[in-house]
Design a protein around this ligand. Structure first.
Ligand code: ATP
Length: 307
């Protein structure tokens, strides 16, 4: 599973004097659910508009399914299903009628795709109900159905959780997971709330003021946020021997500056400090650490603002 779906190189978008995207490199592989996180105005929609061809880059390149020359890129963009601005829903029509209008507009052959897509998003039973009487979650699913009508290989969703209640967010997450698992769909989904994409995204890109601050896998993010004891002593090597021999644990990491991150004994800090001092080690620092998702995000963008 290492086929490249999207690679951007030095992708830049300038609006007059405002740099909305500043030399962005991102890399999405087949099967990824890529969470694109940034505050309002960070540049998320701009990137999604460039990828889908709704706007043109000022500089840099986009390769979709390995194609980056302009003609091939335009063809490759047809293999994307996207919800970037709110999809046009006709309030006095049913879900089925809405899909039929979009099918004709997109030129998708045959009506069979309508039933298939309605079933996929769980809207088969809405019958004669008009869209104006749909809940927000149902409208969101109908929007998704429109994006899925042409059976895309790559789905792009711009802030689809906006305005949804917690149940709606869970529902959307399950649906995306199902599409990813059953149809092998690759997904790029943006949000300004990191925790909303937790348990969904397999990889994250964090953008701030048009710059990509970090790209990390879900496992790397979980590691960053894992609770631990942060220990600084005068002799780190001796401390690791104490941890292994006396506290019988190897569940720790030694950081480049000699700080030790210990993932056990979170409830028994005294035992750790006693073991270290009994072995004549001088404790310079001992604290319980571990970012929540949001504090990790805010410290990352706070750090970028200070630079
Ligand atoms: P939001 O969640 O608020 O939509 P975003 O991360 O999607 O935020 P963008 O919409 O990509 O952010 O906007 C990035 C920056 O570019 C913002 O400062 C915005 O004002 C600016 N911008 C976006 N589109 C245009 C445009 N057509 N003309 C001028 N400036 C624009």
């Amino acid at each position: 599973m290492c086929e490249s779906i999207l690679t951007t190189n030095q992708l830049t978008k300038k609006y007059r004097n405002h740099l909305a995207l500043d030399a962005i490199h991102i890399n999405i592989k087949k099967g990824d659910i890529y969470g694109f996180i940034g505050q309002n105005g960070a540049g998320k929609s701009t990137l999604l508009r460039l990828i889908t061809g709704l706007a043109a880059p000022t500089r840099g390149t986009i390769a979709l399914f390995g194609n980056d020359n302009p003609k091939a890129l335009t063809d490759a963009q047809k293999r994307i299903g996207a919800i970037i601005e709110s999809p046009a829903l006709f309030p006095t029509m049913t879900a089925r009628e809405n899909l039929e209008v979009h099918r004709l507009q997109k030129g998708v052959p045959g009506k069979a795709c309508i039933d298939k897509t309605l079933e996929l998003v769980g809207l088969t039973d809405t019958g004669n109900k008009k869209v104006k009487n749909f809940s927000l979650g149902m409208k969101q699913r109908l929007g998704l159905a429109i994006a899925l009508l042409s059976d895309p290989e790559f789905l792009i969703l711009d802030e689809p959780t906006n305005g949804l209640d917690p149940m709606g967010i869970v529902e959307l997450r399950k649906l995306i997971q199902k599409l990813n698992k059953e149809k092998g769909l690759t997904v790029l989904i943006s949000s300004h709330i990191l925790s909303e994409l937790h348990q969904l995204a397999t990889k994250y890109g964090i953008i701030h003021n048009g710059k990509l601050l970090e790209e990390l896998t879900a496992n790397e993010l979980d590691d960053q946020c894992r609770q631990h004891l942060r220990i600084k002593v005068d002799q780190p090597t001796s401390a690791t021997t104490v941890l292994e021999k006396e506290l019988t644990t190897t569940d720790f990491e030694v950081m480049p500056d000699g700080t030790i991150k210990l993932y056990q004994y979170l409830e028994d800090v005294r035992k750790v400090s006693k073991a270290l001092t009994d072995n004549q080690l001088i404790i310079e620092h001992l604290s319980q650490n571990g970012d929540s998702l949001e504090s990790y995000f805010t410290s990352l963008i706070g750090g970028a603002d200070r630079d």
